[in-house]
Ligand binder design. Structure first.
Ligand SMILES: [Zn+2]
Length: 123
């Protein structure tokens, strides 16, 4: 694939990796101890504890999502280092520059892409 395009995509992936890492740091889970402290304060504390629980599961969702995104970004960068970036993992054909420009994380060509979106697939 075109070296200039790959350099451009690498910069985009590296910028994304940075963003996802910052998001992970910002999404540190709320400590469990805080709930006990709040509950001890009575009724108001209990609704605070419920709010903490809600926020915690929201953050865990963010962390899960961000970690899986981050691992895809790192995987794409590893493939660049190995020289296999832009090659479909399933059939070995070129993924296509248009597709990579639109979706730099693509590891499969358009024909094989359907399973790509499914979490926990065999990829
Ligand atoms: Zn393919």
């Amino acid at each position: 694939m075109d070296q200039a395009l790959q350099d451009d995509l690498r910069r985009r992936l590296e910028a994304e990796r940075e963003t996802e890492r910052e998001r992970l740091e910002a999404a540190e889970p709320i400590e469990q101890d805080k709930d006990l402290h709040d509950i001890a304060r009575g009724e108001a504390g209990q609704s605070q504890a419920a709010e903490n629980t809600r926020q915690r599961s929201e953050r865990l969702g963010t962390i899960d999502h961000t970690e899986s995104r981050l691992s895809k970004v790192e995987h794409a960068l590893e493939r660049m280092d190995e020289g296999s970036y832009g090659i479909c993992e399933v059939c070995g054909d070129a993924i296509g520059e248009d597709r990579l420009r639109a979706y730099p994380l693509a590891t499969r060509c358009v024909e094989d892409a359907e399973d790509d979106a499914q979490p926990g697939g065999t990829a």
